[in-house]
Design a binder for this molecule. Structure first.
Ligand code: EPU
Length: 427
């Protein structure tokens, strides 16, 4: 079993360079099947979710090749399958993006019900509503989602809830529909805009991405393109919070400051000092962390994917902070782990009441999902003594070279392998 061993309590300093955005990469890689031929995708983060998606692409018949550490060439000229089986889909949620892209390319797709981080019910009704509105027949049978269509036809789709996944999936299918599709109540996250920019670079005609109304003129053919993924908003936000939480001085490079405004606002309110440059941001944490209330919302609100990290910081704020999770039902599972380190947090439904304590103490803890894992890394670096984090495979789904990046700013962190205990043989 792999673990992180962290000795915390000391301030950090230096520079961290942010990688390509996970949630853009996991949409853009499946979108490459919409064109026949070689796409070159740059600034691809080296994380396990990307490895899984490249495996799915190869299983569909595509050829993939790394041109450098973060540049991948994907040749989709020949596809010989439209099926994403359970063994591949269960590893991650974004596997269901092949529904939209394969429908667009091949007019059919069968994708196993997706896995991914577990923080409550994760319905896909809005994806299905969108595909059906475009004319597809969709059924769920034996754990597979099957979609097929003769010819998709553009239409008006009003999403009942703001969903990143449904916006991505339906946008990928609609680029090949006949006529105009209008998506209303669409998600506005930076990765939605990045996907639309990639699709437009392939010849699609998408306008309005980044607002809640997206207009898509369907086209007959998309062509391969070369595209560079935006920097990861959440990775940047995680290191910004780390700086404020550990009273450190960090320059976070290769960011789009506009994407970080809601996070920067909360850190300023918590007393940190921020300095913004064209494509970097400096965060200097202060001795006293002020109490702050946070409510997660779809973009441009405070991102749910930063909720656990800022909560970790607030465990040592002066006074009581209230954190409200309004996107997911079960995203406070990490709280019990923070309590093992001495945090004082009460969860009541979608709300966590965090009573600041003067210090955290290192303890053995377990990551329950990707961002929960990031919160434990922050808490481990805030705490006195040694924190041992288990479940690091979650963290490595989304944070490129996290140990190396933290070592670069002076953190005391090690990735260790603990031999599995020998299982006694049955007599
Ligand atoms: N929802 C529905 N019906 C649907 C789809 C969603 O009711 O058909 C609801 C969900 O239950 C949830 C809300 O809508 O309450 C938002 O879900 P959304 O579809 O936006 O989430 P997602 O696409 O599954 C993406 C990110 C998540 C991030 C959320 C919200 C990717 C691959 N995942 O998930 O990122 O939390 O948007 O911003 O883009 C992460 O990176 O750690 C992560 C979990």
């Amino acid at each position: 079993m792999e673990k992180y061993l962290i000795r915390g309590g000391a301030p950090l300093s230096g520079e961290i360079t942010i990688s390509g955005a996970k949630n853009a990469a996991v949409a853009i890689l499946p979108a490459t099947v919409l064109a026949r031929g070689c796409c070159v995708i740059e600034n691809v983060p080296c994380i396990s979710d990307v490895t899984v998606l490249l495996g799915i692409l190869r299983n569909l018949g595509a050829k993939t090749r790394y041109l450098s550490a973060n540049t991948v060439e994907i040749d989709t000229a020949e596809l010989d399958s439209t099926v994403v089986p359970y063994e591949m889909a269960r590893a991650m949620r974004a596997s269901y993006y092949f529904l939209g892209s394969l429908l667009g390319r091949c007019s059919e797709a069968s994708v196993s019900m997706p896995g991914g981080c577990d923080f409550g019910v994760r319905p896909i009704d809005q994806h299905i509503k969108g595909f059906k509105a475009l004319g597809a027949e969709v059924s769920i049978d034996g754990g597979m989602i099957n979609a097929s269509v003769e010819r998709m036809v553009g239409c008006h789709i009003h999403f009942d809830v703001v969903s990143v996944g449904a916006t991505v999936n339906v946008m990928m299918a609609a680029v090949r529909a006949k006529g105009i599709t209008i998506l209303e109540n669409a998600a506005k996250e930076p990765h939605i805009v990045d996907l639309a920019n990639f699709l437009n670079s392939m010849g699609a005609d998408i306008r309005g991405a980044g607002t809640d109304v997206i207009k898509i003129h369907g086209v007959d053919v998309l062509h391969p393109s070369t595209y560079s993924i935006i920097p990861d908003q959440i990775e940047a936000g995680t290191y910004m919070v780390l700086a404020a939480a550990t009273r450190s001085d960090l320059l976070i490079k290769n960011v789009i400051p506009k994407h970080l405004e809601s996070i920067a606002d909360k850190l300023l309110a918590a007393g940190a000092q921020l300095e913004e440059f064209d494509d970097s941001i400096r965060v200097v944490g202060k001795e006293k962390i002020e109490r702050v209330n946070v409510k997660t919302l779809p973009h441009p609100g405070f991102p749910t994917d930063m909720q656990s990290q800022i909560s970790a910081m607030l465990t040592m704020a002066e006074g009581t902070s209230i954190v409200t999770e309004s996107v997911w039902d079960g995203r406070f599972k990490y709280v019990d782990e923070l309590k093992r380190m001495g945090a004082n947090i009460q969860v009541d439904g979608k709300m966590a009441v965090i009573e600041g304590v003067p210090s955290l103490k290192g303890a053995p803890v377990k990551a329950t999902d990707l961002r929960a894992g990031a919160a434990l890394v922050i808490a481990g670096l805030m705490a006195e003594g040694v924190t041992e984090i288990e479940g690091i495979e979650y963290i490595e789904r989304g944070y490129e070279r996290i140990v190396e990046k933290l070592l670069g700013i002076g953190a005391d962190i090690q990735r260790i392998t603990i031999p599995e205990p020998a299982v006694p043989k049955a007599l």
